[in-house]
Design a protein around this ligand. Sequence first.
Ligand code: MOS
Length: 738
Amino acid sequence: MSKSIIGAARPRIDGPEKLSGRATYTSDNHPPGMVYAYGVFSTIGRGRIRGIDVTEAKRMPGVIDVFHHGHFPKLYRTPSSFVQENTVDETRLPFEDDRVYYPGQFVALVVADSFDQARAAAYRVKVDYAEEKAIATLEQAMAKATPKEDAKSGHSRGDPDGAFDAARHKVDVTYVTPMETHNPMEMHASVAHWENGDLVLYEASQGVVFARNVMAKVFGLAPERVEVRSPFIGSGFGSKLWIWPHAVAAAAAAREVGRPVQLVVPRQEMFTTTGHRPATHQRLRLATDDSGKLVALSHDSVNTTSQVNTYVERTGTCTKSLYACPNLRVSHATVPANHGTPTSMRAPGAAPGLFALEAAMDEMAEAIDMDPLEFRRVNYTDRDESMELPFSSIHLLEAFDRAADSFGWADRNPKIGAMKEGNEIIGWGLAACNWEALKQACDARVSLRADGTAFASCATQDIGTGTYTIVAQAVSDITGIALDKIEVQLGDSSYPSGPISGGSWATATTLPAIAQASRAAIEALKSYATGDGGAFAGAEPDDLQFADGELLDGNGKRVAYTEVLSQLRLANADGEAHTPAASKDEYSFRSFGAHFVEVRWDPGISNLRVSRVVSAIDVGQVINAKTAANQVEGAIVMGVGMALFEKTEYDEDSGLPVNNNYAEYLVPVHADQPEVEVILLDHPDYAFNEFGARGIGEIGITGLAGAVANAVYHATGKRIRELPITLDKLMDDIPHSA
Ligand code: MOS
């Protein structure tokens, strides 16, 4: 492996296309004859549609048709199945019946010649609702229903309750996290185009293969008759993993009107009908012996789901194995609310779960009067006790040490509120990070071309993480061809089957397939070279070496691959590969890390900010130091948002969303950005794959909110157990809801 390529800090190869505007996102596509669709969205949280009056809308200029539950083609549901690569979150089809399950649900769809005509007409569709009282919040949902346990994701070992009861030192605390909404810059969008009964769908998608398979099921077609294209995505954070109702609606409308249809989900409805991170209620019980070793740990969690599907937020997945503990339970349960169906949002489960666990760890450390860093060292384990397997590679202690050193943790005065600078009280807190390492099966194609370039393709996608660039790095690593001579094509379901951009597994999944395809291309080249008329005619392919773009034999003869191909008038030498999903079964594969966070609290003006973050991340071999650090930096910003700002609010009476817009749904802005230092530990995990890479998209957000909460406690003496940590919760004379 060439260290000048693998691990190097390389700029994104797709940067110029994006910066110049040449990169086409879904809504940049305008097939000939295209018309526009705009949704009519439910203005009640729950109930039934008594009637829809489309008379006025249909008379408006440019309007072609108005679809609703009384006027929509019959489609098919998909048997959501990860194994069959057709996962959906919301199995109910749009316009399936007259029921309204959540505010913002599609209740009609106007198709018109222009976007403005479609939107104007959508506003004139009159819907008569029979409204019922909606379940608007986690509290209402928990009051209304007994949480339904998800047996599959639970885990228990030893006797967690007995050990807890018997222990001398314990904490029993409940943490609450709010509904959060993904806010990728690019809105969800579909451009659907039918040609001779085949569907071409441009879709802002984190998974073109899954999207193709779902659309094929919905329209009752063979998958080969559907093509999903998503070459550039303005990020997704998990909201674009699976097909949502808008894509089905757009494709059906396009078939009905016989014209290509473009549908963009308006920003407000990005908060209702394209997924969210559900609210969670997490009870943590921790107990230790006198030496500080955990003797009992239980993490019992409930999250909101929708009325139509069960989505489990697995907050306890990290809890199962992050620390040594013989008596441990993790349980997950759901309660329905009148919201759209929740979905994965960056580090699903782990982000809210490690907020709760790592804040509770801080409370436990305090209860036994131990430094929180020391407490974590005491409970360190290199074995996954839930799987009874060693971790393939774990450098958590090094992550703690290096981040602590760089942060200056040794200078911390543990006394609450004791560290001051001017009017500000400084708080320091820490947390561990944790995320699973997964990989899937993958196909890839690599081609060495006679013109000196190379080409690689795979039906995965680059959602802004740098996948185009690291695929080129992998080709370059194997072939020696310079990065700027490598063309990478991703984001089309007709390419060799590739993984979703999710779960932090695209890198670990795609790169081994790309490497294998590169080697297969070299083998093809060798067979051409040793065949009739070839540069090494008569030699054995196995006697040839390939290095830096040249074939060489044992006698010092070298011929550039371009020359080998040109001599034979061949355009290229192709290689294809299939790499399996399976990992070695003697290990548990996970990534680790540590966040150290400084907050500054100015009590005189009630100002709180995260001022400094040092994070050390252990994700195996880093492929590109620049894009990898960028992933962690972005995750930290998102973690600051989770800690201090983000909460999707629903009105308790009407059940309607309150802050479903960019003005009132708060995310960090530049002024909120802390000074960030990212330390990438870079220890290859070759038990996982040939590159030793485990993936880096999600781990950076895990634990961050816990570290912030711990720092806030250190500064203020207030344990805020409900996110976000808003100022009212820190002000003594203002009652708050936690
Ligand atoms: Mo990620 S939440 O699997 O896009």
